[in-house]
Write a protein that binds this ligand. Structure first.
Ligand SMILES: *Cc1c(COP(=O)(O)O)cnc(C)c1O
Length: 354
């Protein structure tokens, strides 16, 4: 499909000044990609200046949360700009959309969107290791109608944010035994905004206790580990990597399955199974579990220093641990083009000068 490039895009990009302090996801690129869907028919995509959206106050997204999103990065590699497994994001967003009864964005349109934004914003991809252009594709239901039914109209956007390395530091987790992030049969395995809204109260509570992130338990058994609010969970137990198996309430992270492949390739034993929280805390206390970390696109790998529970606080012995550091560096080396991409994970982007 052909992509319309608004002539005003060149002016927006030429006038753009990189902020002195980037932060993560706070400074926005001056352009965005848009496509609309009416009654199941997608328009061609267009690249336009970044601007506020005009949304009807009765739009379904505002009342019934028909909204899903993705998070991915454009990296500066030795040769140019590249995206990490963008077809996986396209696939996941289609899955999330279907769960909310929204029309999936066709893979070709999704890839047009992220590639076009990355191509035109090539000069906005910062160059230090760990920095990137964070891309945020999202899809919303825009029909103005308060009846509870799927929207007949949708808008797909890709916005971008030049970002510094996301340092969450050494994270202190709190075992969340009251609230649940997801429900059995619910939307836990779809990347939808509502899951995040439902997690905020828990985070507010644990911050008061001096912790950073909730460790969510499986909503069915309330005793095995699922994941964090926006990152998947790994522990090193007896030298092997353990991560909760997908169970319908865990969001399948692209970082998660990439790390599983990478770790196996590097000779680690990886176990996808059930991690009972009480067993895990015992293994941390006894030193059998030496390290734990969370993974996701933003931070890649964040080491966990402490897991707190009503019974006490359990300190990990190695923070950051050698396995976390090894995997983080190995993945970043592929993403930033320092080693050969044996897995064929990177998609290079032909950049456009304006
Ligand atoms: C996005 C997300 C992740 C991480 O997924 P990546 O594809 O690795 O960035 C993990 N858990 C939840 C709940 C998420 O929304």
């Amino acid at each position: 499909m052909s992509i319309y490039i608004d002539p005003a895009v060149a002016l927006s990009l030429r006038g753009y000044e990189m902020p002195e302090r980037l932060g993560f996801g706070t400074a926005m690129a001056p352009v965005m990609f848009r496509a609309v869907c009416q009654d199941g028919c997608w328009s061609n995509g267009e690249l336009i200046p970044y601007e506020p959206l005009s949304v009807d106050p009765a739009a379904k997204v505002l009342h019934y949360a028909q909204s899903c999103f993705e998070g991915m990065k454009a990296y500066r590699t030795g040769e140019g700009i590249a995206l990490f497994r963008p077809e996986k994001n396209a696939e996941r967003m289609a899955y999330s959309a279907k769960r909310l009864c929204m029309p999936p964005v066709p893979e070709s349109l999704f890839l047009d969107g992220v590639r076009t934004v990355a191509a035109y914003c090539a000069n906005l991809v910062p160059g230090n290791s760990g920095e990137s252009l964070y891309l945020r594709p999202f899809l919303i239901g825009t029909q103005a109608d308060l009846t509870v039914s799927a929207s007949t109209s949708y808008e797909f956007y890709v916005i971008a944010s030049p970002s510094e390395a996301y340092h969450s530091g050494n994270m202190r987790l709190w075992v969340e035994r009251e609230d649940a992030r997801a429900a059995v049969g619910g939307t836990g395995d779809a990347k939808v905004g509502g899951n995040y809204a439902g997690s905020l109260l828990s985070i507010g509570r644990l911050k008061e206790r001096g912790y950073d992130q909730s460790l969510w338990l499986n909503p069915a058994d309330r005793s095995s580990v699922d994941e964090l609010s926006g990152m998947n969970f790994f522990a090193v137990i007896d030298g092997a990597l353990h991560t909760p198996a997908l169970n319908g309430s865990i969001l399948e992270g692209i970082t998660r399955f990439s790390l599983i492949d990478l770790a196996r390739n590097l000779g680690y034993k990886v176990v996808e199974g059930t991690i009972h929280i009480d067993e895990l805390l015992g293994q941390v206390a006894s030193g059998t579990c030496t390290e734990a970390f969370a993974c996701g696109t933003a931070a890649i790998i964040s080491p966990i220093s402490v897991i707190g529970d009503d019974g006490g606080s359990y300190k990990l012995s190695q923070v950051p641990g050698p396995v976390a550091q090894h995997l983080r560096q190995a993945l970043l080396d592929i993403q930033e083009g320092r080693v050969e991409d044996h897995f064929n994970w990177m998609l290079s982007v032909e950049t456009v000068e304006v």
